[in-house]
Ligand binder design. Structure first.
Ligand SMILES: [Zn+2]
Length: 304
């Protein structure tokens, strides 16, 4: 795929002035997952990812929209863009459209995003939600891993959460800061021509490797969104087990971009008692009335 758009850096002097302390803080943040609380069933994270401030959200969303348009254009040209009438397209869109209303509270800009969902016929086992709400699913992810609707729901929720929490913006901001830092800090001040720097971020946007902290945040928020939309949170466990065994390849498969190991699996299980009531409520049932799923039990909190 040819990536044609360019990234134009937008740098604030105050953000650059705080590069050193931000760097140390951000490294600490990566080691320690953000705190987790669930007051009034609202699951929140106290994440202050200041690297995001190196790139304006509107700038990134515009560039992501350009990238998305190019991907769709290429797929149409190659006759791999599945039509609106395709059953897999209908299935994926129905699940995503159930979830999007529950996603909006996580990002003030999201209510104005022009959400789009497309499926490309491909052996690739991957999907992504670009900044600005453009979702692309490659059919191999669902066909080869034989994902059920609950697993697709958890997958879409996870990817939407990465976009809502602007993990890409933070990752790209870190790279931008590193590139600027390599040029020497004194040069950063008093110069107004940093907008002339135009590193190409197209490939980086599509092959981004998230940090373990990003992954846990996307798991929690994604599961919350999908559970409220009526998808079984226990499916996150079977989903990531399938992705782990199905895409772990030497050439950086999907699981490489979304690092998954025993810690993350434990975290998914640990948060299940908070998710199951949301799922039950979405189905209009009590937790005891919920169906079994993969022999995992109902993760009922004591006293409920
Ligand atoms: Zn992820």
């Amino acid at each position: 795929m040819t990536v044609s758009f360019k990234f134009r850096a937008s740098v604030c002097a105050w953000a650059l002035a705080s590069l050193a302390p931000v760097s140390a803080h951000a490294q600490d943040e990566q080691k320690t997952p953000p705190p987790y609380t669930a007051p009034n069933n609202q699951i929140r994270f106290g994440n202050t990812a200041l690297f995001r401030n190196l790139i304006a959200p509107a700038t990134l969303e515009t560039q992501a929209a350009g990238e998305y348009a190019q991907i769709i254009h290429d797929a149409e040209r190659d006759k791999t863009l599945l039509p609106d009438t395709n059953p897999l397209v209908k299935r994926v869109r129905e699940i995503a459209n159930h979830e999007i209303p529950f996603a909006l509270k996580w990002n003030d800009r999201a209510k104005n995003w022009k959400w789009e969902i497309n499926v490309i016929k491909s052996p690739d086992e991957r999907m992504y939600c670009l900044p600005g709400g453009k979702i692309v699913v490659y059919s191999g992810l669902i066909d080869k891993l034989r994902l059920n609707d609950n697993e697709i729901g958890m997958m879409i929720g996870h990817e939407i959460a990465h976009a809502l929490r602007e993990h890409a913006r933070e990752r790209l901001g870190r790279q931008q800061a590193a590139q600027l830092g390599a040029g020497g800090m004194p040069q950063l001040f008093g110069f107004s021509n940093y907008s002339s720097q135009q590193p190409d971020i197209g490939d980086e946007l599509l092959s981004m490797r998230y940090s373990p902290a990003d992954e846990i945040e996307a798991d929690v928020i994604g599961s919350e969104i999908a559970s409220r939309a009526g998808y079984d949170p226990r499916a996150a466990v079977t989903l990531w087990n399938k992705i782990d065994s199905g895409t772990r390849r030497a050439d950086a498969g999907f699981i490489w971009m979304h690092p998954y190991g025993p810690d993350r699996r434990q975290d998914l299980l640990k948060r299940m008692p908070d998710m199951m009531p949301l799922y039950a409520k979405a189905l209009g049932k009590t937790i005891d009335q919920l169906p079994n799923y993969a022999g995992m039990g109902r993760f009922k909190k004591s006293g409920r």
